[in-house]
Ligand binder design. Structure first.
Ligand code: GUN
Length: 297
């Protein structure tokens, strides 16, 4: 069994990005600038956004963090997005999810200028991705593809099973693994909470992407020996032995599944760091793309 080490791979790709930013600026390009919107003070969201801002600093990007209280209205929030849409100094915009219940995430995502949609959540971005047109890729699936490439894991012809159908992971992951590209060309089954006989399906999988958001959901009896396991879950479970009172576990019962498989991503230190790299790659693409548009217009 080999661990797919997200910290190692992300460090490698971040070093490449850092150099690319230096080269880009040496040619007269502007610093990439990511703007993040955080509503409320959900501890997990705080941690994710803090990590994104720190990574911007590490890579030589500019970053802006806009924080709003949970009482902000949907209209006010969309107004803030529009200000960022119209700000030429900003290349990428993300709104950390989840948002408070009174705000429609779709309405907010739809208000982001697709040219700045570095999370890859906008319907135009996802539509282009579905059709195989050049687009930003949603950060987590993009990070997983980079991880597979780094370890030279060729998924061509594999039976891949994706567990979970979210717009931000499961559904785009299914599209990307099955498209006629590299990585791609896999035979993909998308499963979810209503799937019958899930175990019969996963036992046939050469590669499983677990993105259902339930701690230790994928157990050893569901996994074919030698399978590849990509665990997207980041679940907080109570742990009185920790100072924080919790620890993070994935959607996979790691201790019992790891000995069975050929490759597995740990939690933490697997997919999480790769998601940030996906976001950073998209932001660098955005500044380059926006510079090209400015020359054309
Ligand atoms: N919430 C959980 N994952 C993500 C992500 O990748 N991006 C944003 N914006 N919010 C999230």
């Amino acid at each position: 069994m080999q661990i797919l080490d997200g910290n190692l791979v992300s460090a490698h790709i971040k070093a490449q990005i850092k150099q690319e930013v230096i080269d880009w600026q040496a040619q007269g390009g502007k610093k990439p600038h990511l703007a993040a919107i955080l509503v409320g003070n959900n501890p997990a969201s705080e941690a994710y956004v803090g990590n994104k801002v720190r990574t911007c600093q590490e890579l030589g990007y500019e970053s802006t963090l806009l924080r709003f209280g949970v009482d902000i209205t949907e209209e006010e929030l969309i107004n803030e997005v529009n200000k960022l849409n119209n700000d030429d100094s900003v290349d990428g915009i993300l709104t950390q999810l989840p948002l408070p219940k009174h705000i429609s995430p779709d309405a907010v995502i739809n208000s982001i200028n697709p040219a700045k949609d570095v999370d890859g959540f906008h319907p135009i971005t996802q539509g282009k991705m579905l059709l195989g047109q050049p687009s930003f890729l949603p950060a987590t699936p993009y990070g997983i593809l980079m991880m597979l490439e780094y370890y030279k894991i060729d998924v061509t012809g594999m039976n891949c099973v994706v567990i979970g159908r979210s717009n931000i992971v499961g559904t785009p992951m299914t599209v990307l693994l099955s498209r006629n590209a590299n990585p791609g060309n896999a035979t993909v089954t998308l499963t979810h909470s209503r799937t019958k006989n899930l175990k019969d399906i996963t036992l046939n999988a050469d590669l499983i992407v677990a993105a259902i958001g339930k701690p230790k959901y994928v157990t050893a009896d569901m996994v074919k020996p030698g399978a590849i396991i990509i665990d997207v879950g980041i679940n907080r479970i109570e742990d009185a032995t920790r100072k924080s009172g919790f620890r993070l576990v994935g959607d996979v019962d790691y201790d019992n599944v790891a000995p069975l498989c050929s490759y597995i991503t740990p939690v933490p230190g697997g997919v999480g760091p790769m998601t940030i790299v996906g976001l950073m790659k998209n932001t660098l693409d955005a500044v380059k793309q926006n510079a090209k548009q400015a020359v054309l217009s």
